[in-house]
Design a protein around this ligand. Structure first.
Ligand code: GAR
Length: 191
């Protein structure tokens, strides 16, 4: 069984989808704890409501990565809570070798595009700007690159002629909520 530490910076709808899959018996896993680098992030509120340890992780002095003292603190806290696997769910920081080595092969991420297309920020806007007819989401293992690493699951969505970033992202989000539990099921079977 996976003992999952979730990391997120925002709404936490993917975390909620994972938690619901577990509660419904569709995923044999446990949420060990939930981290956010944003004190007011809704993901922490969701975690408190669902009864999971909700931890604000002050990542200063870094703005775009999890490194140094905060990284060491995260590793320690994950272990304290019995976590043995990490799911990045809208965590808007780059993870560095300290965490990658401590949980080698046991960190996954979700990204709102069909990787390797449109890595990095604003994947929905990138897809619209590129004029593609189809985009989607990807759950993949995390390596030292940005949105690289072996792909576990992808789900596609159409890009419609009158789409805005918001309508497109809503369509992607709905597929993410299916893709993430599905990917974790696949990973759990292989471990
Ligand atoms: C998701 O769309 C996820 O793919 C994206 O952040 C959103 C988080 O939503 N992640 C990235 O862009 C990472 N590069 P959520 O907080 O509602 O789960």
């Amino acid at each position: 069984m996976l003992n999952i530490a979730v990391f997120g910076s925002g709404s936490g709808s993917n975390y909620q989808a994972i938690a619901e899959a577990i509660a419904a018996g569709r995923l044999n896993a446990r949420i060990a704890c939930v981290f956010s680098d944003v004190k007011e992030a809704f993901i922490l509120e969701r975690a408190r409501k669902l009864g999971h340890p909700a931890i604000y992780l002050d990542c200063a002095p870094f703005k775009t990565k999890l490194d140094g003292e905060a990284e060491a603190r995260a590793i320690e806290l994950i272990k304290q809570h019995g976590g043995d696997f990490i799911a990045l769910a809208g965590f808007m920081r780059i993870v560095k070798p300290g965490l990658l080595n401590a949980f080698a092969g046991r960190i996954v991420n979700i990204h709102p595009s069909l990787l390797p297309a449109f890595p990095g920020l604003e994947a929905g806007k990138q897809a619209l700007d590129a004029g593609v007819k189809e985009t989607g989401c990807t759950v993949h293992f995390v390596d030292s690159g940005i949105d690289t690493g072996p792909i576990i699951v992808q789900r596609k969505v159409p890009v419609l002629p009158d789409d805005t970033v918001e309508t497109l992202m809503n369509r992607i989000h709905a597929q993410e909520h299916i893709a993430y539990p599905e990917a974790l099921r696949i990973v759990a079977k292989g471990m």
